[in-house]
Design a protein around this ligand. Structure first.
Ligand SMILES: CC(C)(COP(=O)(O)OP(=O)(O)OC[C@H]1O[C@@H](n2cnc3c(N)ncnc32)[C@H](O)[C@@H]1OP(=O)(O)O)[C@@H](O)C(=O)NCCC(=O)NCCS
Length: 155
């Protein structure tokens, strides 16, 4: 199963402790269970492939249960070796389109690490706004307590 291996290997996602809250020592089995949770309604997991190799993965899921499930949450990871070639932007556009097709009315990113400035800029350029910032909400592996942004866009 290439996906399991690639998912666990995605160093930008789990390995560095500077973008997602997953602990850097997350094992392959844990990564699988975090990202590939059993399907809820309107949930999807996608992969980006290049030359037959999985270079990224995206998760689309309701942001809240029940009366909040018309707003989705999404996450993306692109292999560091493949990063900077437009895959992340195209993949994000694909997931936003998919979210629209599934009937979601908005997309909320709950914890965009403020020092992940390139990614913050990417989401801003794709129509997301910073609706709030929570001080010291992320324990950055190098910088310590770091703010996170909540970002939102309508679909
Ligand atoms: C965020 C992420 C998915 C983006 O994927 P990517 O394939 O690297 O993104 P792209 O190549 O499409 O680049 C996105 C933008 O960043 C810019 N960029 C790319 N490489 C850059 C670099 N080394 N330095 C500065 N900016 C850079 C690009 O100019 C691009 O902007 P543009 O489309 O206006 O030119 C990827 O970097 C990643 O997995 N990061 C770690 C996990 C993460 O932060 N996930 C999101 C959590 S909210």
């Amino acid at each position: 199963m290439g996906l399991v291996r690639d998912l666990a290997d995605l160093p930008q996602g789990c390995g560095l402790g500077d973008t997602y809250g997953y602990p850097p020592d997350t094992t392959e089995a844990e990564a699988w269970s975090i990202w590939m949770q059993p399907g809820a309604d309107r949930r999807s997991i996608d992969v980006a492939e290049q030359y037959g190799v999985v270079v990224g993965t995206a998760l689309l899921t309701p942001n809240a249960a029940g009366l909040g499930d018309h707003i989705c949450n999404a996450g993306w990871m692109v292999l560091s070796e493949a990063s900077g070639h437009g895959i992340g932007r195209r993949f994000a556009e694909f997931v936003i389109e998919q979210a629209r097709d599934l009937g979601y009315l908005g997309m909320q990113l709950n914890a965009v690490v403020a020092s992940n400035t390139r990614t913050v800029q990417l989401w801003l350029s794709m129509g997301f706004e910073i609706v709030g910032t929570v001080s010291d909400a992320f324990r950055h592996s190098a910088d310590g307590l770091t703010p996170v942004h909540i970002m939102f866009r309508t679909l």
